[in-house]
Design a protein around this ligand. Structure first.
Ligand SMILES: C[S@@+](CC[C@H](N)C(=O)[O-])C[C@H]1O[C@@H](n2cnc3c(N)ncnc32)[C@H](O)[C@@H]1O
Length: 219
């Protein structure tokens, strides 16, 4: 694939985007750090070639960091979905700033009920979903809802989840029941900047996993 941008240049573009102004704890709003978004996007787009010329869905897009990285890695079109209108207003400013309004389309919707009316031209074989969903800490099952929706229309799904054997088993079983399988799991550290009053440190490292899911083969 044609590599459009060096990692450090993409990280610098993402770093310069605006974050949440008044993050909402009930929606688990925090921004993925620039280094992590680049690693995430490169894993999907460069190692697996699942971004270039693809339709990308960024579920829980927030202020748009993942959407922007996907667009710079050659996505054909990015749908950035979030429940929170305030977050999408920041996303709109961010994509305007990097001149990506023609590729990234913000959509205000609840992932739990997000309806996808596929145009004839978009086959599910073309859809890659990239997401950093709520971990389900504030609202039980929030992560499951995201996975279920992503599995309903994607060809391949990349998702970030907390590390841990219990979580891994749960996610693998959940995917399995819906006809999907975990293809890869990559451990990495995400940097969480202080966003809420109960965050003690300015920046905290958290252990997470990138999951790559594909559909199970029919026997
Ligand atoms: C952990 S943040 C990730 C934000 C962004 N993707 C990033 O990585 O910087 C989770 C996002 O999911 C959104 N969200 C939470 N529940 C949602 C729901 N039911 N439907 C749509 N978006 C939701 C939040 O508003 C928030 O922007």
């Amino acid at each position: 694939m044609l590599l459009l941008l060096k990692k450090k240049d993409l990280a610098s573009i993402v770093q310069n985007t605006q974050g949440f102004k008044n993050p909402k704890i009930n929606l688990e709003q925090y921004c993925i750090d620039a280094g992590s978004v680049v690693d995430f996007a490169y894993f999907a787009g460069v190692e697996h070639d699942d971004i270039q010329n693809q339709f990308i869905f960024d579920l829980g897009a927030g202020t748009g960091r993942i959407s922007i990285a996907a667009a710079f890695l050659g996505a054909q079109f990015v749908h950035s979905i979030d429940l929170d209108w305030d977050a999408l207003l920041i996303l709109k400013e961010n994509i305007h700033h990097v001149n990506l309004c023609n590729i990234i389309s913000p959509i205000c919707a609840d992932i739990a009920t997000f309806p996808l009316y596929r145009k004839k031209k978009i086959k599910s074989t073309d859809i890659t979903t990239l997401m950093n969903p709520p971990f389900g800490v504030q609202k039980r099952n929030a992560d499951r809802v995201f996975l279920k929706t992503a599995f309903s229309f994607s060809k391949v799904v990349y998702s970030i989840h907390l590390t841990g054997e219990k979580t891994r088993k749960f996610i693998s079983n959940f995917a399995d029941k819906l006809g999907w399988t975990v293809d890869y799991i990559v451990p990495f550290n995400m940097l969480l900047e202080r966003a809420y009053s109960f965050h003690k440190e300015r920046v905290k490292k958290i252990d997470v996993m990138i999951y790559r899911f594909i559909k199970k083969r029919k026997r």
